[in-house]
Ligand binder design. Structure first.
Ligand SMILES: *[C@@H]1O[C@H](CO)[C@@H](O)[C@H](O)[C@H]1NC(C)=O
Ligand SMILES: *[C@@H]1O[C@H](CO)[C@@H](O)[C@H](O)[C@H]1NC(C)=O
Ligand SMILES: *[C@@H]1O[C@H](CO)[C@@H](O)[C@H](O)[C@H]1NC(C)=O
Ligand SMILES: *[C@@H]1O[C@H](CO)[C@@H](O)[C@H](O)[C@H]1NC(C)=O
Ligand SMILES: *[C@@H]1O[C@H](CO)[C@@H](O)[C@H](O)[C@H]1NC(C)=O
Length: 490
């Protein structure tokens, strides 16, 4: 199917105002889950021998980096309250729990060859065993943005030696937990690791190497991903029989108007914002458009070679097809047209489009998140058409509000609207969507928003020493959706 068809589909939705809930039921084998991430919930930042991650380090140095001058020292205190968390997951009735492991809790010295922390190992052993005892399948993210600071001191994801450190760490996880963990996600959101971490300084390690550091970072992430995928495939999969995927995030880009120019802008947007990450893993290399355009701009800017690194033939062989499932984090959509005034060089300048929104879209409390359910369907169809319909696991989707807001009708509407589009993508478009994960189980440390931004199905009182957890209405609704595998719950 051509891009024109996809974008005319996007256009149909653009004009549809209501988001009626689909009356299809989810397929029998469709899996529902809920997600968290280590630094956002655990706390216990220096307990059990844990060393600082880039978040600990930067926020300890400069509390002003977050809106409320906070950090993850205690967060939801899940380091101590993990059993209570699992009880909440169990009561929700989901098939799986997506958690991430803190590298610096398992390997405080982080480097290849360094020693394990016994207490760190036990912490995740307990969680995994408790999940399995409660019939909840653990889905484990190996890396969710919390690079050990030890590694950042030598350049973090900009230093290719980090690839071997990562492989050492991931292998240890397979050895320790692979008898029980059968679903591994190598990286969460390489786009944000690299762009926000190394180019726009919106996330740790707060670097500003626009148009160079971002590309180099992902180059190393992609190679680390490909290598560990092959290692698992050859050495662990025959006995452990698990699956390995990667979670790529994407804001869907639709054309701003029906002009050919805006349609092309949306195509460029998808290649640069999704293809950058997905294309190497699904098709073996960066999108041809990126290779060409960044090569040309680099030459004009006086760089001796393209700012976009090149994979070797061996690397291409390793990376091409290195997934058993494709994780997808999706929250929102933008409208694309050419233009914008960006630093030179920068990834956004290389892309050359400007984002806008439709004023009718409902804004969330987060300045980047609007409710646009049809965008998820558009994105799922895009993935199906461009990448031969791979199995897609939606690993995050959720809504932001502020305050306690127990009766979170906004979140419920958002979830039902987006899940409804998932059903249409499955039944009407034939997309291979295998599961859905709500972000997030708990209100948590939401990066530079600190504790001001709430994504939880469960409210957490960060003023209370006990970090008291109170399920919101969305928790009860999601519970019904999961139990009935349907949106027809009234
Ligand atoms: C869903 O509703 C439509 C009408 O809105 C109806 O034609 C269709 O049969 C229903 N499908 C199911 C699976 O109930
Ligand atoms: C944080 O902000 C305060 C008040 O604006 C300022 O006085 C302080 O120097 C800042 N600290 C750092 C580490 O930048
Ligand atoms: C990269 O890491 C290695 C050690 O693993 C170190 O010797 C080297 O200096 C680092 N490079 C940079 C640019 O920091
Ligand atoms: C990746 O693998 C596919 C399927 O085997 C192949 O068609 C494609 O050419 C490969 N990509 C590259 C860049 O070699
Ligand atoms: C702390 O939370 C636990 C579990 O929800 C509860 O049983 C206990 O009563 C709470 N303690 C206080 C002091 O609120």
């Amino acid at each position: 199917m051509s891009m024109t068809v996809i974008h005319s589909i996007a256009f149909l939705f653009l004009t549809a105002v209501s988001c009626e809930v689909s009356n299809y039921s989810f397929p029998e084998n469709f899996q529902f889950g809920v997600a968290t991430a280590s630094y956002q919930i655990e706390g216990g930042w220096n307990e059990g021998g844990r060393s600082e991650s880039i978040w600990d380090y930067n926020l300890h140095q400069n509390p002003n980096l977050t809106d409320d001058k906070s950090n993850g020292d205690i967060a939801c205190d899940s380091y101590h309250k993990w059993k209570e968390d699992i009880e909440i997951v169990k009561n929700l009735g989901v098939d799986f729990y997506r958690l991430s492991i803190s590298w610096s809790r398992i390997l405080p010295s982080a480097l290849k060859g360094s020693e394990l922390s016994t207490e760190g190992v036990i912490y995740y052993n307990n969680i995994i065993d408790e999940l399995i005892a409660n019939n909840i399948v653990p889905y484990v993210t190996i890396f969710h943005w919390d690079t050990p600071q030890v590694l950042e001191f030598k350049g973090g994801w900009l230093n290719e030696t980090v690839i071997e450190d990562y492989i050492y760490y991931a292998r240890i996880l397979f050895e320790l937990y692979g008898d029980r963990v059968k679903h591994w996600i190598t990286f969460n959101e390489p786009h944000q690791i690299c762009e926000q971490g190394y180019a726009t300084a919106e996330k740790a390690p707060f670097k500003t190497l626009q148009g160079t550091g971002d590309y180099l970072c992902y180059h190393h992430v992609a190679i680390a991903h490909g290598k560990i995928y092959r290692i698992y495939e050859e050495e662990y999969k025959p006995t452990q029989k698990g699956q390995v995927g990667i979670t790529i995030d994407c804001v869907f880009g639709a054309p701003k108007t029906d002009t050919e120019e805006d349609k092309q802008a949306a195509i460029d947007y998808m290649e640069f914002q999704y293809g950058w990450f997905a294309h190497p893993i699904l098709s073996g290399n960066y999108p041809p458009l990126m290779i060409e355009k960044i090569g040309e701009l680099s030459r004009r800017e006086g760089f001796p070679k393209s700012r976009l690194p090149e994979f070797t033939q061996d690397e291409i062989k390793i990376i091409n097809g290195s997934f058993d499932f494709l994780g997808l984090n999706h929250y929102t959509t933008v409208l694309c047209s050419y233009g914008g005034n960006y630093p030179v060089p920068s990834h956004r300048n290389d892309l050359g489009t400007i984002d806008s929104i439709d004023p009718s879209w409902k804004p969330s409390a987060a300045d980047w998140l609007w409710e646009v359910p049809w965008g998820l369907r558009g994105l799922l169809v895009y993935i199906k058409d461009h990448y031969n319909n791979p199995p897609v696991l939606i690993t995050e989707n959720g809504w932001a509000n502020r305050g306690r807001y127990i009766h979170d009708v906004d979140r419920i509407n958002y979830m039902k609207g987006y899940l409804s589009e998932v059903l249409k993508a499955i039944y009407d478009d034939g997309c291979n969507v295998i599961g859905y994960t709500a972000w997030s189980l708990l209100d948590n440390f939401e990066w530079t928003y600190g504790y001001t931004m709430k994504f939880g199905l469960v409210y957490v009182d960060f003023e209370s020493e006990n970090r008291t957890r109170t399920p919101r209405d969305s928790y009860e609704i999601y519970k019904k959706i999961v139990a009935t595998k349907s949106l027809q719950i009234y």
